[in-house]
Design a protein around this ligand. Structure first.
Ligand SMILES: Cc1cc2nc3c(=O)[nH]c(=O)nc-3n(C[C@H](O)[C@H](O)[C@H](O)COP(=O)(O)O)c2cc1C
Length: 342
């Protein structure tokens, strides 16, 4: 990363972040998200310590310097492995390392990764302690308010206190329990009811900790409501399906000018990056599937998505597919006030 890029990176703030989402918060989605907001903190997809240590490390950690501030999310529980991966995160330029204690999939439970670790606060604390010793990056934990069988407030307090005693200052709390027996990961994001008051209570009880709330948040009005009780909001699905929402984050939550004034401008700003990626041999459809939400609810938005769905997967598809799709959406004339800002 060049010095210029470094000096342009805004300070890390967790007031507004985009959640880690496997297969969704890829470098391509994150690039778009960063064009829309300079200040939203972005998270990678979860990568397991095993994959990083034994797999193609450089591929798993690949990101564009434009994505900063960017947090790497790890899945794992072995302290030495977590420490090693935290060091890698620092070496590769990430701004934060986050430990996943919220993912309920069977696959990860067998390896002691994700939400099943809520049953083992000491193990999480050992991992966090090892990561803190290994890196100067902030180490944060993303977790649920409980898991089936361990869903009392006392269990949650015990979890937080044990992990905070290991040095963790920031807890990102998905405000529902995970049911490890009988619900799929997808069902686990919808069926257990949201319980925001418990997250608010954590902030009231541990004011010295940074508490970020996550789960089911869809609008800026809801964000402001949550920010009265917590230090930050994290949005997942809404940010992915309706990324244009991110275009208002800098003014709404940071009092700074928004970087982009129209969806068209955002996509045009992304074209050079798409071309670079195509030159590296990335299939167009692997990029475009993450921009499908950009014209959500706009006149011509459906035609935009249809054109991309029907054409981006064809062998040899290039940037012209994106340009033709873009021509199908109406470009609103910029308002005089907006023009003055530019
Ligand atoms: C497709 C998908 C993949 C996800 N992958 C991860 C992941 O890798 N790590 C993680 O901590 N949470 C993951 N989550 C959960 C989200 O980070 C978030 O906690 C959850 O979706 C609730 O927030 P939301 O209601 O704003 O979407 C994933 C969610 C979705 C929809």
């Amino acid at each position: 990363m060049s010095v210029t890029q470094q000096s342009q990176t805004p300070p890390l703030s967790r007031r507004f972040s985009v959640a880690p989402m496997m297969d969704w918060t890829t470098p391509h989605f994150r690039y778009l998200a960063r064009l829309l907001s300079r200040r939203a903190l972005l998270y990678t997809e979860m990568v397991t310590t095993g994959a990083l240590i034994h797999g193609d490390t450089a591929r798993f950690l690949r990101h564009h310097p434009a994505e900063y501030p960017l947090a790497l999310q790890l899945g794992g529980s072995n302290p030495e492995e977590l420490a090693h991966c935290a060091r890698l995160a620092e070496a590769y330029g990430f701004d934060e390392v986050n430990l996943n204690v919220g993912c309920p999939s069977d696959r990860v439970q067998n390896n002691m990764i994700g939400a099943c670790l809520m049953e083992h606060p000491d193990k999480v604390a050992d991992g966090v302690r090892a990561m803190i010793a290994a890196t100067s990056l902030p180490v944060t934990v993303k977790h649920r308010i409980g898991i089936d069988g361990r869903e009392s407030r006392e269990d949650l307090y015990h979890f937080i206190e044990t992990v905070a005693a290991a040095g963790c200052r920031t807890f990102i709390v998905h405000a529902r329990i995970a049911v490890l027996e009988g619900l799929s990961p997808k069902e686990n994001r919808d069926i257990p009811p949201l319980n925001y008051p418990w997250v608010y209570d954590l902030k009231a009880r541990y004011p010295e900790l940074e508490i970020i709330i996550n789960g089911g948040i869809k609008s800026f009005a809801e964000c402001h409501q949550h920010l009265q009780h917590t230090d930050g909001v994290m949005l997942g699905r809404e940010a992915y399906h309706n990324p244009w929402l991110l275009a208002g984050v800098d003014s709404e939550f940071f009092g700074e000018p928004d970087p982009i004034t129209s969806r068209h401008e955002a996509l045009r700003a992304m074209l050079p990056f798409i071309e670079e990626e195509l030159e590296r041999g990335v299939y167009l459809s692997n990029i475009t599937r993450h921009i499908m939400g950009l014209f959500h609810g706009q006149p011509g938005g459906r035609q935009f998505r249809r054109h991309i769905s029907e054409n981006a997967h064809r062998p040899g598809s290039g940037i012209e597919v994106v340009l033709d799709a873009l021509a199908k959406v109406h470009q609103p004339a910029p308002s005089p006030a907006r023009e003055a800002v530019i």
